[in-house]
Design a protein around this ligand. Structure first.
Ligand code: C5P
Length: 226
């Protein structure tokens, strides 16, 4: 049976995660949170005292680090680094910033290609990230690019961080998110940009539910419901 792939790219806070998980559940597809891979790599580098800007050392780590994704009983994803549950830790904003630094290295990106493609299993996959439609799954059946204004994205991230117990100001989050997005957009290797055939949706004025409904509508039109 063929594997159907939906790519979901865009900057942080555009609504990819919530919509992607919701869409995967509705379609009964697998879900790839590719950002978690870069976050895990950044955390591994920090723990092993590897300089984030040292391309060759971080690339070696990317080729060998021991990670695992487990589906827990409640349906949430548990993320393990060297056997330790780091699900909460990788969500911290300082880990996200470090992730965007290791993600700049071309060697790191190619070392992670196969790990990402292994998630493509029948009946299908929703792949969330920055280069899913452009580099990792260029032949995907449906490519979506979500975006939103910088203010809205920062305020969504701020809310998520407060919910996770990280006590930061909206102003600080906005600066961090803007810096991270600028790095993601301007890097030479696989920069953040919409794939040529991607459907672009501005989610600034949409609720999470509205974004999911819009994606489901598109999936129906494309015949992705069985
Ligand atoms: O999606 P998330 O915010 O968890 O991603 C964290 C960082 O990982 C991004 O800011 C980006 O630098 C990097 N990333 C990437 N390519 C992807 C997914 C994430 O470069 N496909």
């Amino acid at each position: 049976m063929s594997v159907r792939i939906i790519t979901l790219d865009g900057p942080s806070g555009a609504g990819k995660g919530t919509a992607g998980i919701g869409l995967a559940k509705k379609l009964n597809y697998y879900y790839l949170d590719s950002g978690a891979l870069y976050r895990l790599l950044a955390l591994a580098a920090q723990r092993h005292k590897v300089d984030l800007d040292n391309q060759s050392a971080v690339t070696t780590l990317a080729a060998h680090f021991d990670i695992d994704f487990k589906n827990t009983a409640i349906g949430a994803m548990q993320v393990l680094l060297e056997g330790e549950d780091v699900t909460r830790e990788i969500r911290m904003e300082h880990v996200a910033s470090a992730a965007s630094r290791v993600a700049m290295h071309a060697g790191v990106r190619s070392a992670l290609v196969d790990r990402q493609r292994l998630f493509a299993k029948s009946p299908g996959l929703v792949a969330d990230g920055r280069d899913m439609g452009t580099v990792i799954f260029p032949d995907a059946e449906l490519k979506i690019y979500l975006t939103a204004s910088s203010e809205v994205r920062a305020s969504r991230r701020h809310k998520q961080l407060l919910e996770k117990g990280e006590n930061v100001s909206l102003h600080a989050v906005r600066i961090q998110v803007d810096e991270r997005d600028e790095r993601d957009r301007s890097r030479k290797s696989s920069p953040l940009r919409p794939a040529a055939s991607a459907i672009q949706i501005d989610t600034s004025a949409m609720s999470a539910e509205e974004v999911l409904n819009k994606l489901l509508e598109i999936a129906v039109i494309r015949g992705l419901f069985h």
